[in-house]
Design a protein around this ligand. Structure first.
Ligand code: GDP
Ligand code: MG
Length: 193
């Protein structure tokens, strides 16, 4: 078992984050809390790579479909279909369009509670309701009402692994072993020793 301070998470700055010139601002927030960058690269992902990314967890289609249908109903709206897999089929097509629209910056961050800390700094999925002070809450104003009207994905600047298990599956999907750096960062002495 690795020490808890060695927990790792995947972050992808999505094409809108690049186009909004927010790369530096976003990385700064993850760096300044004390997380260590252990991998980073820029690429234009393929549609296949994105589909695989979202379906690494075989349950993702069902869980996200059910969550999305519940979201419609909670707002008093009628979902486009009652079939969770059909719903995620639509979401996946839109995600592939969004995530392959241009270059993204992928990175791996390491540190204590890396997954939870990054999610906290990133904020909730829908920017309309993401907390103020988070990346999604501070820099973007999109909503599901907007994306439903326009038939597209929610523009929320970043992807961040949702759990330690998700991170374990996602990191090797984006980075080879040789791209993951093992090094001593001097701040670790102050944070952990
Ligand atoms: P994240 O981990 O915060 O990015 O969110 P999820 O893993 O739950 O969802 C992945 C992606 O699926 C999101 O970035 C959205 O594009 C889409 N998605 C998730 N939930 C919903 C929803 O309730 N409605 C819509 N329209 N899209 C959703
Ligand atoms: Mg997720």
């Amino acid at each position: 078992m690795p020490h808890p301070k060695e927990e790792r998470t995947l972050v992808i700055i999505k094409p809108d984050g690049i186009q909004r010139s927010l790369v530096g601002e976003i990385i700064k927030r993850y760096e300044q809390i004390g997380l260590k960058l252990v991998a980073m690269k820029m690429l234009v992902p393929t549609a296949e790579h994105i589909e695989k990314h979202y379906t690494l967890d075989p349950e993702w289609r069902r869980i996200t479909g059910e969550k999305t249908i519940k979201g419609y109903k909670d707002k008093g709206l009628t979902p486009p279909t009652e079939d969770p897999l059909e719903v995620t089929g639509i979401l996946l097509e839109r995600l592939k369009k969004y995530m392959t629209a241009g270059p993204v910056v992928a990175m791996v961050l390491e540190g204590a509670h890396a997954v939870k800390i990054v999610r906290k700094l990133t904020g909730g999925t829908e920017p309309l309701t993401s907390d103020v002070g988070t990346i999604r809450g501070d820099y973007v104003l999109d909503s599901y009402q907007m994306t439903d009207a326009d038939g597209r994905s929610i523009r929320n600047l970043v992807h961040a692994s949702g759990s330690v298990d998700e991170a374990r599956q996602e990191i090797p999907h984006w980075f080879s072993k040789g791209e993951l750096m093992e090094y001593r960062h001097i701040a670790e002495e102050i944070l952990y020793n």
